[in-house]
Design a protein around this ligand. Sequence first.
Ligand code: NAP
Length: 370
Amino acid sequence: MARALDLARRGVGRVEPNPAVGAVVLAADGRIVGEGWHASFGGPHAEAVALAAAGAAARGATLVVTLEPCCHHGKTPPCTEAVIAAGIARVVVASSDPYPEVAGRGLARLRAAGIDVVEGPRAAEAERLTAPFRRLVVAGRPWVTAKWAMSLDGRIATSAGDARWISGEASRAMVHALRGRMDAILVGIGTVLADDPLLTARPAGPRVALRIVADSLARLPLGSRLVRTARAVPLLVAVGPSAPADRVAALEAAGCEVWRGPQADAAERLGALVAHLGGRRITNLLAEGGTGLFGTLLDAGLVDEVWAFVAPLLLGGVAAPAVIGGRGAPRIATAPRLAVEDVTRVGDDLLVRGLVAAGADVTAAAERGA
Ligand SMILES: NC(=O)c1ccc[n+]([C@@H]2O[C@H](COP(=O)([O-])OP(=O)(O)OC[C@H]3O[C@@H](n4cnc5c(N)ncnc54)[C@H](OP(=O)(O)O)[C@@H]3O)[C@@H](O)[C@H]2O)c1
């Protein structure tokens, strides 16, 4: 299963909104006779690739797969039928598929065909790997990763508004790699007005993210780098009911897509925007700030994962913005606490990555400790 999980990871950033899946076929003596992974959206599933690689050696063999095989006709035929036809004797599965058309039926189909099915090894790892897919299928919204760079004293800009660059070159290269596997990247209009960001992955990654600006009044300048590149890289401006019609029309004429939320309350509108993105099958959404946007997202329980780059800088200044605004937590005991996944030194910076426990069903899986 460790090998199958490694294979599955190769698909991350390439297969969404499908899950990343890996599979290995083992002969009776334990030798690997075939392996495969889901490599692209709409492409063959991991089981089909592994079975094809194994050929006749699949007869009587064990199939080890990170996710329950599908039993419905999607973009490809059902994997359960391929497994049965190949003569597999035993299937070892790490995690079930939450997809309503599968959800246990895949395993039931295999059992009904007389195949010995074992569930659960490394379930926590497999569920973590597919957490964004699970969030989209179960909650109908994307997995939200909040990423920021902050000084050692928790500021994301100086009191004069200077924010470039807080983190070092190696950290910024990691951010570009992260952007390259996202479906969408979201910022508040405050960040655009302050920093004029491009929000593209450089160098390009496996997918091109939809860039999104939360901008109630359609203040996004036509001369901003975002708007000037809107015909080449998609840009969505999420506006509110008070956005002036001429500003909206000008943005549309410049090649932007405008999403209008009728909610007067910006927090409610942000919730509706995130749900709208789920409807478009956006699996991974990267929130890049700033203070106001992070505050609303966290207050609404909409942050799943955090990437915090901490730079050895002391900015000080009472007017220098902190990372997260909003209402904030009234008490330490009830404040969201990260389930820390790793702390890495990146050049002179530290990267703290973790999951926000509240609402993150993957933490329950981690607690089961596989
Ligand atoms: N170091 C870093 O990693 C980093 C990253 C990003 C930003 N920054 C810094 O952060 C600062 C900007 O922070 P900021 O708080 O001014 O800007 P922000 O969070 O980017 O934007 C806030 C603005 O977004 C709009 N907005 C629309 N919907 C919203 C919602 N649901 N929740 C919150 N805001 C919403 C509001 O303006 P409307 O009412 O007009 O819509 C609000 O004033 C800059 O200094 C920037 O350099 C640093």
